[in-house]
Design a protein around this ligand. Sequence first.
Ligand code: SAH
Length: 406
Amino acid sequence: MNNSKITLYKGKEASLGRLHPWVFSGAIARVEGEPKEGDLVTVYSSRGEELGQGHYANGSIAIRMLSFVIGENINQDFWLERLASALRLRISCQLLEEENQERQNNIYRLVHGEGDQLPGLVIDIYGTTAVMQAHSMGMHLNREVIAEALMKVYEEFCGKDVLQAVYYKSEGTLPTKEQREDCTNGFLIGQSEQSVVYENGIKFLPDWLRGQKTGFFVDQRDNRSLVEFYARHRKVLNAFCYTGGFSLYALRGGAERVDSLDSSSKAMYLTEEHVRLNFGDCQRHRSITQDAFEFLETMPENEYDLIILDPPAFAKHRKVLRNALIGYRKINTQAFQKIASGGILFTFSCSQAVSKEDFRLAVFSAAAASGRHVRILHQLTQPADHPVSIYHPEGEYLKGLVLQVD
Ligand code: SAH
């Protein structure tokens, strides 16, 4: 329902004028109507000019803008158009390419929130299944119409049965505890079972029902390819491996040995399953179920000449930033101190609250503590199916550095 009118304080319309999609609660001067969490509202400047429409929430981000087109109807056509635009981008990034079987991809992100002008919505595709996640009540309330539009768009662009099921998974992502408790994960359309899907031709068995996030870390595809490129003849440590993505690329790239490490035994089980699926009984791979901080601290020097550090988001919000930076510094210091001469370190942060500069500083001070000569070979980020709206730089959350250590 859109019957509420939100008027902003003078001067607070400037960011919307630059198409930034968030209105903070402190910018709101007046509310006419009684908008409920997730309702569509229309936003006005202090001079009474209409600025656009968005989903209302009782949080510090009070409105997530859906449209800056005055008077636009937020109906099924709106969702169809937005999803079609998202799919066109992925097609133009060659993510649905099937001709090159060796590098086949049918794992990709179709909707990346603000980057696809759909704030609060994430949709990942695993073969014929879409996994949809709402991060706002507005998207939660629209889940059925979005799922139907999604099926239609796929049928029109890709043909019938290319998409067969839509699984909704927001029990862990809605903003408040009550909303999360009220939400049930489940299929909105069709049914599907775990099946083999491909990322750059590597086989994976993502578990959207039980796995973390939507079942797989879709955002490391390009960076995993770079690991493959550098892996030949190297001894690799993949720390925080989850389902083993980087390890599989390193094995395909001709690594002499790959050690995968995660503190979760479930993650290690999934990694081993993926190694078997792609390489059978692989003597080059070893699993280590251990805390990474502890492992890095006690591992001997010169054991590895390619180390990957891809920890979980150490800072979920700015308040814990300091501790997060200490964490990044700690693991990177160990890696710099112990990596063999000529070694290559891939180090990442996926915390949105940690800026590129913060992360770089933490890694620089870790390098300095080791006293070794360190050079930056690549500066990495998220792939093209996780686009960042130029008006919403907050959308750039994945940061990585590839460093050569003499
Ligand atoms: N690199 C992975 C994604 C990493 S997600 C990929 O490419 O798919 C982060 C992983 O870190 C999770 O699997 C989690 O179980 C693991 N983890 C969290 N804290 C850890 C710790 N202290 N030591 C080792 N692993 C940890």
